[in-house]
Design a protein around this ligand. Structure first.
Ligand code: HEC
Length: 104
């Protein structure tokens, strides 16, 4: 619980900086992570070319998902992420980042 509150607090801080209205909701994020499982794994552990995402910094996750959403070439396989990130709202990104951060 302490950890969840910490996550919520850090997302709230980030939300202030990035102008995102909502703080990440881990429970909502879990539902939104359903489309990501096929590549990143149920525990966010990754496999083969799909990077591990579990436990990464919420700030980092929000930032990188924003980059994919904008169609930026983050890594060599960024194009695989673009269609998935493009469907995400700011709230979705905050939620899914909070959830992924809570894994591990
Ligand atoms: C079709 C497979 C696929 C799906 C589905 C997918 N991803 Fe990815 N994801 C990738 C690949 C491949 C990369 C590495 C891209 C690159 O080279 O920049 C990646 C990278 C990432 C990264 C950056 C990891 C890092 O360490 O920098 C995050 C975060 C991420 N994905 C989250 C998600 C989320 C959240 C979803 C669901 C909304 C999702 N992914 C759906 C394949 C996928």
């Amino acid at each position: 619980m302490k950890r969840l509150m910490l996550v919520a607090a850090s997302v709230a801080m980030l939300a202030g900086m990035a102008g995102v209205a909502q703080a990440g909701d881990v429970v909502a994020g879990q539902a939104k992570y359903a489309t990501c499982v096929g590549c990143h794994g149920a525990a966010g552990q990754g496999q083969a070319i799909f990077p591990k995402v579990a436990g990464k910094d919420t700030e980092y996750l929000v930032g990188v998902l924003g980059q994919y959403r904008a169609g930026e070439q983050v890594g060599p396989n960024a194009a695989m992420m673009w269609p998935h990130a493009m469907n995400l709202s700011d709230e979705d990104i905050a939620d899914v980042a909070a959830y992924i951060n809570s894994l591990e």
